[in-house]
Design a protein around this ligand. Structure first.
Ligand SMILES: [Fe+2]
Ligand SMILES: [Fe+2]
Length: 138
């Protein structure tokens, strides 16, 4: 069973963002699948690094879009992204330092990420989507 199932509530109607969100879900599910069949911590960590990298790319692209369109809640939206990145970086650090040496710690991180991702896309991202659509973006 996939970790995250795409649903209509996650759709923003802004194509570039929907494409990135869907790819993000795909990466998360892929890592989740890996963790079901193997316990190689290195491979799991590498996949996690890939997701973190993609997360930063997506946030940067989304923030640029909001800034270009003078989104009034830009600062608070960016803060949600920044806080999330800090939280995940802390978790990543403790995995790297071996404080949580078990591969299951990677599973915990992606569980946290997937909950956040779903809530964020269905919540905060929908707010900017309404704003952008009113401005005629798609
Ligand atoms: Fe966002
Ligand atoms: Fe987003």
């Amino acid at each position: 069973m996939p970790l995250l199932v795409w649903n209509e509530k996650m759709e923003t109607g802004i194509k570039s963002m929907d494409d990135q969100h869907q790819y993000w879900v795909l990466l998360m599910n892929h890592l989740h699948d890996i963790l079901q069949v193997m316990v190689d911590k290195t491979v799991a960590e590498q996949a996690l690094m890939g997701i973190l990298k993609y997360t930063r790319v997506h946030f940067a692209d989304e923030e640029r879009l909001l800034l270009e369109n003078n989104y009034p809640d830009y600062a608070s939206h960016k803060k949600l992204h920044d806080d999330f990145v800090s939280q995940i970086n802390e978790l990543k650090k403790s995995i790297e330092q071996g404080k949580q040496s078990d591969w299951r710690s990677v599973l915990e991180v992606i569980n946290i990420m997937s909950r956040w991702l779903k809530d964020h896309i269905q919540g905060a991202d929908q707010k900017y989507a309404s704003f952008l659509k009113e401005k005629g973006a798609n």
